[in-house]
Design a protein around this ligand. Sequence first.
Ligand code: NAI
Length: 302
Amino acid sequence: GKVAKKLAKGSNLKIDQAAVIGAGIMGGGVAYQSAFRGIPAVMKDINQDALDLGINEADKLLAKKVRQGRMSEEKKAEILSTITPTLEDKDLNGTQVIVEAVVENPEVKAKVLADLEDHIGEGGVLVSNTSTISITRLAKNLKRPDKFAGMHFFNPVHAMPLVEIIRGEETSDETIADVVAYSLALGKKPIVVNDCPAFLVNRVLFPYFRAYELLIRDGLDMYRIDKVMETWGWPMGPAYLSDVCGIDTIRHCQDVLATDLPDRMSLVEPSVMDALYQQKRFGQKTDTGFFSYQQDAKGRPQ
Ligand code: NAI
């Protein structure tokens, strides 16, 4: 806490508006958290349905607070009105903090990031919410790599306190200060880490997913593993966690890691994650993954 506050003092950023690119699980979550904390957010996607879903999710989170008597209808409407969904790049102009949260694909991200640079306001920063792709690598084609960093949120954004801030080789101290300041403004607990594929948290999580795949390959019951992990005190086992994160995203991350850390993180074959991915069973976002979410209104696995 104290270290973060001290770091944030190096920031001259006036964060009066943020923007997220990609209105999916993560981008939608960051837009909501910004608006909830009083920072208006432009939410950009290439798909109108994704924008509608992003607004809908924010609406649901706020409606729950109203139901619980913790927020008035007026306040809810006021907060929602500060999220601006858009399909147009021009609506990003002048933004002080732009958070990229599109699909976990190095080529797609590199292109999206390069296009975004022209829209950042004077002195502003660009960050990527990538799970695994090296920040130094993503910065390669940027005009201002010093103004770029990793800002890795956790899912669900509104509930998870941690934010990993990743310093690429060329990220400046001031940019780190700016991103720490933005994290604190969002009510999060930032940690600053050096760059490497998967950074800190996913350097731990992805070997865990890999171990899970190996256990299944060895013939263990994949659902039983979830029960055992939950009995041991984990909030959710690996199958349910995968459904929450999105199996498409996990598969993309595995590809990045198999390429960038081949001796440690080569793909497990046959892979149950890959089988689900090929069947487009991406987890909660498609109503089915390891578990089915179709019948149960509470969204509990069946
Ligand atoms: P998602 O699939 O829910 O959302 C991605 C969104 O990006 C979609 O709405 C898609 O239409 C949009 N998009 C794709 N290309 C675009 C473009 N060129 N311009 C604007 N929008 C575009 O994915 P999710 O889970 O939100 O992941 C986004 C990023 O966050 C990925 O890099 C992922 O690795 C990372 N991440 C994901 C976590 C998770 O638990 N799902 C946790 C932490 C990071």
